[in-house]
Design a protein around this ligand. Structure first.
Ligand SMILES: Cc1cc2nc3c(=O)[nH]c(=O)nc-3n(C[C@H](O)[C@H](O)[C@H](O)COP(=O)(O)OP(=O)(O)OC[C@H]3O[C@@H](n4cnc5c(N)ncnc54)[C@H](O)[C@@H]3O)c2cc1C
Length: 516
């Protein structure tokens, strides 16, 4: 059978597309996902449904691609780069912070020749995708699929309240709504968790659409490559069980995420011609930008020693409060996030530079550089779709990135002297007092300990014809080819100054509107 639309990847974006595009009963939609499909909320494994568990992100988890990546040349080993491999994608394993980027982020995309992505054009999509339980105003939705809420003060854990008070006393403003365009300061973080359940787009968008006879969802189906006739994409080659199938579609939409989408394009012969052909893959179309412009938020886990007797139970919410602020001397608004969380075993294994390593109990402040100057690249390791791609994030190549992170860690040092935080935290584990003793030592620690925030974006960036590294036009059509679009975070020209899930969902809503 030929489908009208084949969507590759049932992640945050893919589930939205499948739901929206199948609203028209005359359109046949096939959604293909490499990971398992649990059909409905009641069958989900507990580590997926429990929004307070990060167990599914463990490197050897059945639900994780288990990618490894280089961060800086100084790191002793490769970092884990987690991606969900399940219907729901990374949104089914993530930490559920539900933050939009700043208006300047999207206006920045528009200023690069993509005027359809200006903030005011996107606001209706951000409203459409959510139901915000706390805030009713022009910036929020009240009848969209994704439930959004903030923890009320009476539910804050001691470390969260202490951090909040330390920030207020340090002069940061109270920020009641981090999704307001003017947001800045310290306050409750919005989450897409409801009654402790991680509300991925598998639950919020796909489940209500599953009854449709024009929508077919297939889990455990790995797309190996896109098939072309001349310059037109006509289908995909899929591995399911031990067998291979070719499926034809009038339109192929790649929603495999910021890592798998560029890999899949290159495996299909679309990308930098020299690199692709060096792996013996016949070139369909030479697009040099595929896999370049690898953007992320470098993250630094500041590991702290809690006082004896401090309750480190992490069975409840790990994060509740955050600080979004502009580093002194920086011209980029809200270019830093700092937030506390406590954690306790059971461990998730040896995770060098992993964001979620939890072998022992402890308290952390996490410092995220929201708009780094440095970027990296993604290349093929081989022509085998089972081989993970080579990921090199190349963090901290810019002195300004290093300076801003150092400033944030120095701020953390000052905040920790506040009596409320000092009553919980007795000292530093990593960086150690020796690492903190000089800027040079701290910089060396940063180079060794940077990790990914899992916000990979930009690897198939959009742009006008005059931009040689653009992979798609602003309507997300792959340049020079017919019948092929991309709808995930890889199209972002630059990572937004926020956790990326809300933006991935917005991108899918935007593209779905064009396709309808
Ligand atoms: C551990 C972790 C914590 C995070 N925490 C947060 C957070 O708190 N807040 C936030 O905003 N963001 C967070 N993120 C990031 C956010 O979840 C992602 O940015 C977002 O889910 C990306 O959406 P996507 O649709 O682009 O990709 P994904 O959701 O990753 O979806 C891609 C899908 O494609 C599938 N796929 C890939 N290749 C193939 C193939 N060849 N064939 C078939 N299927 C394929 C994958 O299995 C996956 O299901 C986190 C991510 C991780 C991994």
């Amino acid at each position: 059978m030929d489908y009208d639309v084949i969507i590759v990847g049932a992640g945050s974006a893919g589930c939205v597309l499948a739901s929206r595009l199948s609203q028209d009963p005359a359109r046949s939609v096939l959604l293909l996902e490499a990971g398992p499909d649990y059909l409905s909320a009641e069958y989900l494994p507990v580590e997926i449904s429990n929004g307070y568990s990060m167990a599914a992100t463990s490197g050897d988890s059945h639900y994780n691609w288990g990618y490894r990546a280089a961060g800086t040349p100084q790191q002793p080993s490769l970092m884990y780069a987690d991606r969900g491999r399940i219907v729901g994608g990374s949104g089914a394993v993530n930490a559920q912070v539900f933050l939009r980027g700043l208006p300047e982020d999207y206006d920045g995309w528009a200023n690069q020749g993509n005027d359809e992505w200006a903030y005011l054009k996107l606001l209706p999509y951000f409203r459409r995708l959510e139901t915000d339980a706390d805030i009713r105003d022009d910036f929020h939705g009240s009848d969209g699929p994704v439930p959004v809420r903030r923890f009320p003060r009476e539910e804050w854990q001691p470390i969260q309240s202490a951090f909040y008070q330390a920030c207020i006393d340090a002069g940061f403003p109270h920020d009641p709504d981090m999704n307001n365009p003017d947001s800045s300061g310290v306050g409750p973080v919005p989450f897409n968790t409801r009654d402790g359940v991680r509300m991925s787009t598998a639950l919020t968008y796909l489940d209500p659409a599953r009854h449709r006879l024009n929508l077919t969802v297939r889990g455990s189906a790995l797309v190996r490559r896109v098939l072309f006739e001349g310059n037109r994409a006509v289908g995909v080659e899929v591995e399911s069980g031990e067998e291979r199938f070719s499926v034809r579609g009038s339109l192929i939409v790649l929603a495999a995420g910021g890592i798998a989408t560029p890999q899949l394009l290159m495996l299909s012969g679309v990308g930098p011609a020299g690199h692709i052909s060096s792996h013996g893959i016949p070139v369909v179309h030479d697009i040099p930008g595929v896999g370049q412009n690898l953007r992320d938020h470098p993250m630094f886990n500041l590991e702290l020693e809690a006082h004896e007797g401090f309750n480190l139970d992490s069975s409840g919410p790990r994060m509740q409060v955050g600080l979004r602020y502009t580093v002194e001397g920086s011209e980029l608004r809200n270019d830093m996030q700092l937030f506390p969380y406590n954690y306790a075993g059971p461990g998730t294994g040896d995770r060098p530079s992993g964001a979620w390593s939890a072998n022992e109990a402890g308290v952390r402040l996490a410092c995220m550089l929201e708009l780094a100057e440095s970027w990296g690249e993604l290349m093929l390791k081989s022509a085998d779709p089972h081989d993970p791609p080579l990921l090199d994030y190349r963090y901290l190549r810019s002195r300004e990135d290093i300076r801003r992170v150092r400033e944030c860690i120095r701020l953390a040092q000052r905040l920790l002297q506040h009596p409320t935080l000092a009553s919980i935290v007795q000292g530093w584990r990593s960086p150690s007092e020796v690492d903190l003793a000089s800027d040079e030592a701290l910089e060396s620690w940063m180079m060794r300990n940077v990790s990914t925030t899992q916000h990979t974006s930009g690897t198939c960036k959009m742009g006008p014809e005059s931009e040689p590294m653009a992979v798609v036009d602003q309507y997300c059509r792959v340049r020079g080819l017919d019948g092929l679009r991309i709808a995930d975070l890889s199209v972002a020209p630059q990572v937004v100054r926020a956790n990326t899930n809300a933006t991935a969902i917005m991108i899918a809503e935007r593209v779905a509107d064009w396709l309808r």
